[in-house]
Design a protein around this ligand. Sequence first.
Ligand code: GLU
Length: 510
Amino acid sequence: MKQTDVNPLFRSLDEQGEGMVSKAAILARLTQSGIATNDSRLPGVLSVLESIKGNKVSKEGFDALLSYGGTLFERAITGQLVIPEFTQFSQEVQQIFNTVLDNREGKVADYIPQLGRVPADKFGVAICTIDGQRFCLGDVDDAFTLQSSCKPILYCAALEEHGEEKVHRHVGREPSGLSFNELTLNRIGLPHNPMINAGAIMSSSLMRRDLPTADRLEYLNSIVKALSGDRQPGFNNAVFQSERETADRNFALAHHMRERGAFPEGIEINSTLDYYFAACSTEVTANNMSTISATLANGGVCPQTGQRVFTKETIKNCLSMMYSCGMYDYSGEFAFKVGIPAKSSVSGVIMAVIPNVLGIAVWSPRLDACGNSVRGVDFLTKLVERFCFHNYDSLVESKKLDPRRVRNERESNLIYQAIYAASIGDVNELKRLVAHEHDLNSADYDGRTPLHLAAAEGQAEAVGYLLKQKVQHNPLDRWGFTPLDDAIRHKQQAVIQLLDGDKDGPKKVA
Ligand code: GLU
């Protein structure tokens, strides 16, 4: 299997037909795919390339590169990632960015001095796909505070801890039709939804009440870190203090909710509000925010680390809320025109999610009358005019571009990805597939499972991992062979020992 896969790929890079491919050509392919050469998921690739003398790589060297780079590397250089033509896609995005750059309408939020001092003209756009392809433009490494974009995160955390039923005993699911901090509750005395202040204060009140204050804060920090691909968020203490000092409305909302009996038993208002202000004052960059959005787009698994942060159900609920309530008083209009789940914040960031494709962060501090970033809305509107990302674009014929691969193709590929990853011993890729709830027992057309391939190729670590995942030990392929049969045929001693320890005693070949 490996030979047939590798040869055409090697040939395609070996433009001179000299049995060698240039290192530069390999790295260029990788970069064009949107995967950075220093991507943390490809630690072996650069060191293998460096260890090969000269500027060219032989067929054997290329095989070594493939086995170190694993499935991600191969999918990247063969155009198998979710946006295969990533360079073209990035060029389109660049054009939209350039058009929007001239838009200087709106006004920076100044309800606290710290926000008012942010340079108005900052503009950053960061995109991260569910495969971790990245494209960034402008001020993507400047830190800004989450403000309202913490609301989806708080809501997800509350859902993970308590489940949908309990959370929605304390917060509704309807757009309020009123300003985000309006002093109002729904007709049964609950916040209208989790995307407005009252709802986010409610989510805060639900999170890890068993922990001391400092540990609760660390917990919040750990969630933001995991969502951002293991990148430590910052904290803006000046913003935190200012939020606290100018928080009459949020205090009023909390007291109103307590008066109406909306909170769970035993809630302390000051510490609940402090928790919400701390979440608002957490700092990220557009770059990291795009990873957070991509984690949502990826059903709760961070594309960069493969870690499952939230369940798929939690993400589905959160995206539904973002879709209907995420853009302040422009939410209905945004759902109609742009048609993607998004959450806006007064710091000027909009996080937007194209489910199963990518996450976006657009940061530009000038806001419109509703509190949305002017350039952010402009950019996302134009993006959806160019690409068929609107939730209902599939229903209409249009000339819009579709940059993604066909979904069914992607799903059936999961079986082959798992089999291939097992054959080259790429345990990280197997873990990623498990995080996506892929069934590692799934077999290809010939009944070959990941365990068959790992056994045949002598990938003891992968066999060990598969056994720990409790895959079936003795599935039969089309020819009636079990993984142990394969290990014996190919004299894979370490694997034979692992599989022979199975007390169910898989059948052996004569
Ligand atoms: N910290 C702000 C507040 O609670 C967040 C506002 C926002 O981004 O919508 O008023």
